[in-house]
Design a protein around this ligand. Structure first.
Ligand code: HEM
Length: 638
């Protein structure tokens, strides 16, 4: 479909630039660039840590997009905190700070990630309203974060934004220093709250049992699990239960640090090492002394960085850049990965020696779809969090809605569930919970399914170039869908595929893969995954049917699988998806079969049963049936 090139979606947009360009200017140009690079590194790190995506960086300004408003605001606050630390030694007029504006709005997104829309405009205007080192947000962001956020806000009045009819109400996020200090007991409560783990399933109970056992020791722990299952929470739980609980918990996003800056970040550097560095800087390893160092996305570390990590893991010794003194940090390591490290090992992507150092005590956190008992308690928890903070009445879901949630396969896991609650509350205001509207358009309830047996090699023992291209296409589409069509960044499709973002974009371009429109029937049916599930169920019923089964008698398994794949590609392409259909037209495919009017009646009832069993909503159900009816003349022999 021609309009599938751009998509519109609700996103939190963060616009930032360095407050006061003159602060950036150092005594020589290289020092200026080094300072700016420092800022950008902090920026990239924090955006990735909160599941955002940097859309563009130009000069001293940055634009980033987030799934969740709270993630965007937390990012802004963490950025300022991190900069304040690295600024400590600089004279007042030279301290680096960002001015940040955040809006939650509709953006239009190109497949390469470029975003446009009113949201961007407003975020930029808010940025202008922020003071140096400050964060300004629009009322939509304010309303969605105020109850769940440990920060205070000041109303900045209404502001007219160019080309926007309604004035934008703006708020300022008060800095820590402007908020009355909290009591010690409050802090304690916060800390405990931050590692509260909500579950009901036996599976997670077992995971916590392992985590508690690990907490009692100082061993290195490796936490494996899909993106969004709560690996960091488990790491924090281990820290909080351990003897190191009063020490720091320091997180390093291994995927976000460029290799050439890794040593600087990790080991620190001495004064004078590079222009503009006027005092010794401790690295993250030292920052974690007497505490826990959490290495997130450890499988995404480039090879040269993997080598550098070995020594500190062995004996916790290291040297700062430009300083020959050997130092020692008393640190417990916890690593986390969304990929199977043992697999990476066999592919040669991960160092064997490092793997053995890291995997002393492995813990696997199961995906949310494997523990549906946890879905209602988690949903209730996120809702109650809102209600408690706002004084609003706690609302509950109907059984049908719960059923719907438990059938969905949650590719984004608990994080996706939390974002869903946020969206539901924004859309529902004070009325009944409009869960159906909040579900992403690809979130119609389909049970989890195994991928199609595409790896089945044809009888001749190899793939033709065209078959191979089809495999690649389907593989990229599957990865893009699982990543919500995010290409770059942690959790993006490039990372899961083990490609660079540039490489993935160029393959997408070569194969003509574009993000489908979110309101296309394709997206509403759950994308390729949803359509494949539907096809397989429909097909299974037809082949097993006493009447219809005769059409498939004597066909090889490979032939049937190929037909199923053709049907998936056909349905995907006619509903607005990115697949390529390479089969015959419907008349040519069915003419020789002599399908009668009676067969069509049976087919129609099978179609209805399938739609029913997959809880496809009414609107999509009608569209699918209508579409099938429109083909009747091509399929049956009149
Ligand atoms: C709207 C309804 C239907 C659609 C969209 C559809 C779609 C397709 C597609 C895409 C193919 C593959 C074409 C190719 O091999 O190049 C195919 C083949 C086939 N279809 Fe259908 N079909 C429909 C209804 C039916 C019905 C009602 C029957 C039988 C009761 C049927 C039986 C078959 C068989 C046996 C083949 C394999 C033909 C061969 O390879 O010689 N189809 N169909």
């Amino acid at each position: 479909m021609g309009d599938s090139k751009v998509t519109r979606r609700l996103a939190a947009i963060l616009a930032a630039d360095v407050a006061g360009y003159s602060r950036l200017m150092q005594d020589d140009d290289r020092a200026t660039v080094a300072r700016l690079d420092d800022c950008r590194l902090v920026f990239r790190d924090q955006v990735a840590a909160h599941q955002g995506r940097v859309e563009s960086m130009a000069g001293d300004s940055v634009l980033a997009v987030f799934e969740s408003a709270i993630g965007a605001v937390q990012t802004a606050i963490e950025i300022q905190k991190a900069l304040a630390e690295s600024n400590a030694a600089l004279p007042d007029g030279r301290k680096m700070q960002f001015r940040i504006g955040i809006h939650l709005g509709d953006v239009i997104e190109k497949p390469d990630g470029t975003v446009y829309g009113d949201g961007v405009n407003i975020a930029a205007r808010l940025e202008g309203l922020a003071d140096s080192g400050g964060v300004a947000i629009s009322s939509t962001v304010h309303d969605s974060v105020v109850r769940r956020f440990d920060a205070r806000f000041e109303y900045l009045g209404e502001h007219v934004v160019k080309n926007i009819a309604d004035p934008v109400r703006a708020f300022r996020v008060l800095k820590d220093s402007e908020v009355p200090a909290k009591t010690a007991s409050n802090h304690l409560a916060d800390r405990e709250k931050s590692v509260q783990i909500i579950f009901k399933s036996r599976l997670l109970q077992d995971v916590l049992g392992l985590a508690n056992a690990a907490a009692a020791t100082d061993v290195t722990v490796l936490i494996e699990g899909e993106s969004g299952v709560g690996k960091e929470l488990i790491a924090r739980h281990i820290h909080a239960q351990s003897a190191r609980r009063n020490g720091p918990f320091v997180k390093v996003d291994c995927a976000a640090i460029p290799p050439d800056l890794f040593e600087h970040e990790f080991f620190g550097q001495s004064a004078g090492m590079s222009p503009g560095v006027t005092r010794d800087q401790a690295g993250r390893l030292e920052n974690a002394d007497r505490g826990t160092l959490f290495l997130d996305h450890v499988a995404d570390m480039p090879a040269e960085v993997q080598a550098k990590l070995l020594r500190p893991l062995r004996d916790a010794t290291f040297e700062r850049l430009g300083d020959s003194r050997t130092r020692q940090a008393n640190v417990r390591f916890i690593a986390a990965t969304t990929r199977n490290l043992a697999d990476q090992l066999t592919k040669g992507d991960f160092r064997r020696d490092l793997y053995f150092r890291l995997s002393v005590f492995p813990i696997t956190v199961p995906p949310l779809r494997a523990r549906p008992e946890d879905i209602p308690v988690l949903f209730a928890h996120f809702l109650a969090e809102h209600a408690a903070a706002s004084g609003a009445q706690s609302r509950s879901l109907s059984n049908a809605q719960l059923d719907h949630l438990q059938k969905y396969d949650w590719p984004g896991n608990v994080r996706e569930l939390r974002n869903l609650v946020e969206r539901t509350l924004i859309l529902s205001a004070d009325g009944p919970l409009r869960l159906e509207d909040a579900l992403p358009s690809t979130a119609l309830s389909y049970p989890a399914r195994a991928p199609l047996a595409e790896e089945q090699t044809p009888a001749r023992g190899f793939f033709s170039a065209a078959e191979f291209e089809e495999l690649e296409r389907n593989n990229l589409i599957a990865a893009l869908e699982a990543a919500g069509w995010h290409v770059a960044g942690a959790g993006g499709a490039a990372a899961t595929l083990g490609l660079t973002a540039a490489k993935l974009r160029s393959r997408m371009k070569a194969l003509g893969i574009n993000r489908p429109a979110p309101d296309s029937l394709y997206a509403r049916l759950g994308g390729n995954r949803g359509i494949a599930t539907f096809t397989r169920e429909l097909f299974g019923r037809a082949i097993a049917h006493p009447e219809l089964g005769r059409f498939w008698k004597g066909r090889s398994t490979y032939g049937v699988l190929r037909e199923e794949r053709l049907l998936v590609a056909y349905l995907s392409s006619v509903t607005g998806g990115p697949a390529h259909y390479v089969g015959r037209d419907m008349k040519a495919a069915h003419r020789h079969l002599a399908i009668g009017a009676g067969d069509w009646e049976v087919f129609r009832s099978i179609l209805r049963t399938t739609l029913e069993s997959l809880s496809v909503p009414d609107r999509e159900r009608r569209e699918v049936i209508e579409f099938a009816e429109s083909l009747k003349g091509d399929v049956i022999l009149s």
